[in-house]
Design a protein. Structure first.
Length: 296
């Protein structure tokens, strides 16, 4: 989609310092738009950049495109808003709060208002499905909640003896109900193994740890350490295999899963000999390994 070098930044004239068609590099993502679109909201950051500043004072990348150091995936919604001042988001949009932060940065107060959480009549967050990820409880969640309500109406002696011990225990358990589901951790690696099978294998650093599972579960377990850039608009109740972790230590991933109540139920690995070293008998193997975790 990118134009030839400097094609999006043709030499401007003295009367019109910016070209009609402008090519932007926003956080590594390339966008091509018209100059009137970028200045359609007076007072915004883009309006200031492309009307009040000199064309030579703006940062550019190696191909001459104007560079903005912000989230390149979320900028498409900023640009859509600049075109007609309307907000259109996908169903179950999971990045609403982050998009609001981008709107604040680009100084778009009306867009900030559109993205702000709404208060419902019950004095809580509104029922907009885009505000947060909907949570699907495990099949036993409703039964546990109903049991808690029924037990709470019974006298303490019936509920479990002096002090209502059973009542308190059921209530505590119901507040910690977790969704059931699977999460698969996969990675590609390589290791060197000598001819002597007793020789310890020399493992290389894991390049990337992939995460496969329901979006909401992955976010719950890994939080900010989950990189969603390869699938940013995935609805929380859908499955994805495109997320990966920002760290490369398998033990760290295992610890997070264990802390969240998951346990390993299966694993598998495949390996192939990539090539043999010319000077020694060492062979370099490449492998792909998956670990399947489950929480009841």
């Amino acid at each position: 989609m990118a134009l030839a070098d400097n094609a999006g930044c043709a030499k401007p004239s003295e009367d019109f310092p910016f070209p009609e068609i402008i090519e932007l590099n926003v956080g590594g993502q390339v966008y091509i738009t018209r100059h009137p679109t970028l200045v359609s909201v007076p007072g915004s950051l883009l309006w200031e950049m492309f009307t009040q500043k000199n064309v030579r004072s703006l940062a550019r990348d190696s191909k001459g495109r104007f560079f903005v150091d912000r989230d390149g995936f979320l900028f498409r919604y900023i640009l859509d808003y600049m075109r007609d001042q309307q907000l259109v988001l996908p169903d179950h949009f999971p990045e609403r709060s982050r998009l609001q932060r981008e709107a604040e940065y680009f100084m778009l107060p009306e867009l900030v208002k559109m993205l702000a959480p709404k208060l419902s009549k019950q004095n809580s967050l509104g029922d907009d499905p885009c505000q947060s990820d909907p949570e699907e409880l495990s099949p036993n969640a409703d039964a546990a909640r109903n049991l808690t309500s029924a037990t709470a109406t019974l006298p303490s002696a019936v509920a479990g003896g002096p002090g209502g011990a059973v009542t308190a225990g059921v209530g505590a358990a119901s507040t910690d109900v977790r969704r059931a589901g699977f999460i698969t951790i996969g990675y590609r690696g390589s290791y060197t193994l000598g001819r002597d099978s007793q020789t310890d294998a020399k493992f290389r650093r894991v390049a990337r740890i992939m995460v496969c599972g329901k979006t909401s579960l992955a976010k719950e377990v890994f939080g900010d350490t989950l990189n969603e850039s390869r699938d940013p608009d995935r609805p929380p109740e859908r499955y994805t295999s495109r997320y990966y972790l920002k760290f490369t230590f398998l033990e760290q991933a295992f610890d997070k899963l264990a802390d969240a109540g998951f346990h390993m139920v299966a694993c598998n690995s495949t390996g192939t000999c990539a090539f043999a070293h010319d000077q020694t008998d060492d062979r370099i193997w490449t492998s792909y390994t998956e670990y399947v975790f489950y929480r009841e």
